[in-house]
Design a protein around this ligand. Structure first.
Ligand code: HEC
Length: 120
């Protein structure tokens, strides 16, 4: 086998290995995916009655920002502290954002979900 042929064969083998690796998700990607899913569940239970939390649809409460727009203009990580404090939004509007308490893990999950709304 000449050298060029050897290199070619190696390249094909490596490409094949790459495909298999991409098929099985690395641990942290899987963990992030699970966190995003938990965040989505929390959002559905506690936030979706007012906010549009997904990629489509309008907020049931018009004054409540669409999350897909919110995540483009806000520093999402910066929301963590206000989430932890429980009350962070003040509105003079007809529908006030309620105070809510979230555990640190729930906040992580919510933020992971919110970030997942950003276009890749
Ligand atoms: C009863 C309706 C209601 C619910 C439930 C609700 N929100 Fe809101 N939210 C609002 C309204 C109205 C606003 C905009 C006016 C304001 O700032 O109070 C808002 C604003 C926000 C903002 C923007 C704050 C800012 O400073 O720009 C964030 C972030 C937010 N909500 C997150 C959440 C999360 C997370 C949940 C669920 C845990 C939630 N909301 C549940 C009504 C709601």
């Amino acid at each position: 086998m000449n050298r060029t042929r050897f290199l070619l064969t190696s390249a094909i083998l490596l490409a094949g290995a790459g495909c298999t690796a991409a098929g099985s998700m690395p641990d942290d990607a899987a963990a992030l995916q699970a966190s995003v899913q938990r965040g989505h569940a929390i959002a559905e239970q506690r936030c979706a009655q007012c906010h549009a939390i997904g990629q489509t649809g309008q907020s049931p409460v018009p004054a409540a920002p669409l999350w897909r727009e919110l995540v483009m203009i806000r520093d999402v990580d910066g929301l963590a502290e206000s989430f932890a404090e429980g009350s962070f939004v003040h509105s003079d509007g007809p529908v006030q954002m309620p105070e809510f308490t979230l555990a640190p893990a729930e906040i992580d999950d919510l933020l992971a979900y919110m970030k997942s709304l950003r276009p890749a």
